[in-house]
Design a protein around this ligand. Sequence first.
Ligand code: MN
Length: 196
Amino acid sequence: MSIVLPDLPFSKDALEPHISAKTLSFHYEKHHNAYVTNTNKLIAGTALENSSLEEIMQKASDDSSLAGLFNNAAQVWNHSFYWNCLEGNGGGKPGGEIAKRINADFGSYEKFVEAFKTAGATQFGSGWAWLVLNGDKLEIAKTANADAPLVHGLKPLLTVDVWEHAYYLDYQNRRPDYLGIFTDKLINWDFVNSQL
Ligand code: MN
């Protein structure tokens, strides 16, 4: 058993004009694929060779000698999750259960958006911003580099990649603009609801 690069849940031009096919090609075929390749190299012939991706992440997170494996395995997971959080005609106010929970835990959709975008904009260097469930309560989180809420006992519901490779071809240094488009135009709320 090895870790497999999952298919993208949409075509490469499905997020245009907000995220270009060029960005998606590099991001998926080069970056995401490289994390898969590296993870498989690092688990080959080890006790983790037949483990699930989630098991690999947790074991590697708990053992500092496996930091390189953690970084690659978590980036495989994070990117697969990120693609599922995106759709071409998404974003804006959600419906369903997540809408009720956002109002209950953040006060309003607008306050949620502000907190989510702030987390993404203030993550210094590379990383991720997240909407997570901590027990029964929604929270905003941000993680550096490959770090993932999953290994810290939090349930991820939504993420945005704020590594420069996610937006630089389309937005250059304007990370806040990318975050605004992400929340206004790209969030797949059906997927977020499905994770509750
Ligand atoms: Mn990325």
